[in-house]
Design a protein around this ligand. Structure first.
Ligand code: ADP
Ligand code: MG
Length: 140
């Protein structure tokens, strides 16, 4: 097992419902440490750049609209197997398919407004962390 860092976002649908603390508590209760955190209202350009991998998908416009509709809390989480652990804590993309006890099962509104983002692999974690944070903003 290895100590890893992953990138997380508490999306606007969740920040609007004042769920920042409740979602962060799930991370902390499960051995993930918040080593960087800030609240941003992302621009259209930032949202399009962050989600560029999905630019040809039919939901891209809706995704960018949702991500620019309110504040997002961007975070770096650190812990044992943090990347996979966070994906497990998040649950499936579609909350209707998310397992009991997961963040998306508890809090997500729909497949689009699904409350959290988490990196899916070491390469994307490194890229996504660098997209939002400089190294001096990450304090382990
Ligand atoms: P995940 O966030 O679980 O890694 P994806 O990378 O497949 O999921 O998709 C990125 C985000 O795009 C999802 O979290 C969700 O907000 C949105 N999304 C994915 N599929 C759909 C869909 N069919 N309709 C609307 N929004 C979607
Ligand atoms: Mg994804």
């Amino acid at each position: 097992m290895a100590i890893e860092r992953t990138f997380s976002m508490i999306k606007p649908d969740a920040t609007k419902r004042n769920l920042t603390g409740a979602i962060t508590k799930v991370f902390e209760d499960n051995g993930l440490r918040v080593v960087a955190s800030k609240r941003v209202w992302m621009s259209k350009r930032e949202a399009e750049g962050f989600y560029a991998v999905h630019k040809d998908r039919p939901f891209f416009g809706e995704l960018v609209e949702g991500m620019t509709s309110g504040p997002t809390v961007v975070q770096v989480l650190e812990g044992e197997n943090a990347i996979l652990k966070n994906r497990e804590l998040m649950g499936a993309t579609n909350p209707a398919q998310a397992a009991e006890g997961t963040i998306r099962k508890q809090f997500a509104l729909s497949i689009g407004e699904n409350s959290v983002h988490g990196s899916d692999a070491p390469e994307t974690a490194a890229e996504e962390i660098a997209y939002w944070f400089s190294s001096t903003e990450i304090v382990g």
